[in-house]
Structure formats: structure tokens, C-alpha cells
Write a new protein. Sequence first.
Length: 117
Amino acid sequence: MLDLTPASRRGLRARAHTLHPLVMIGEAGLTPQVLKEIDLALKSHELIKIRALNEDRSQRALWIEEICRTLDCAPVQHIGKILVVYRPRPEQPQAPAAPRRRVTKQRRRIKRSYQMD
């Protein structure tokens, strides 16, 4: 599980404020399919909101702990039925850049140069 500093957590909470929930945990609970969807959402978005459709607060707290432990992400916020988690995108190796060809501009001809021809 990732550890966040209070300052980075504050910044992530601010970024998450405008987000909409991408994944919902229904009555079946935290199933392997739900974990797979959360993993896919984290791969493409880094920071996601999850809506839990459960009335039990202690159960939601257990869910966010299990999500973070299983998917190696960090809990950012748990307010009501909304859970916010963060996992940085993995660094992708960049291919070596091809050598750039130098592009030369054509000189602009002034008006008189082509009127004289």
C-alpha cells in the first residue's frame, strides 16, 4: 500500500473534487470483477472515485483497506459513500527519438523580384 504525505493527499483531494465516480460497489460487495474494474480505472486515470452502495460505514472502511492492499494504491479520502483512491501510472520506457532532419525555409521573394522577370 502506498503512503502519501498530508500535502500530497490534500492536493489529490482537490483534484478529486470535480471527478465523478467511475466504479460502483453494489449489493454483492467487493467481488473480483469489481476489483478488476477498479484496477483498469486506476491504470487509465490514476485518481478515481468509487461509490459504495452500502449503508454500513465500517464495511466501507474495510473495502477501501482491501482495495488499497490488493491493488497497491493509496486511500485519499472516505466521505460518506464515496471512496477516493490513487495509484501513480507506471513509468513507460520511451523509445529513442529518431534524428531530426533540419527543415530549411524557402526565402520569400519580394514583390519586385518576380515582377521584373
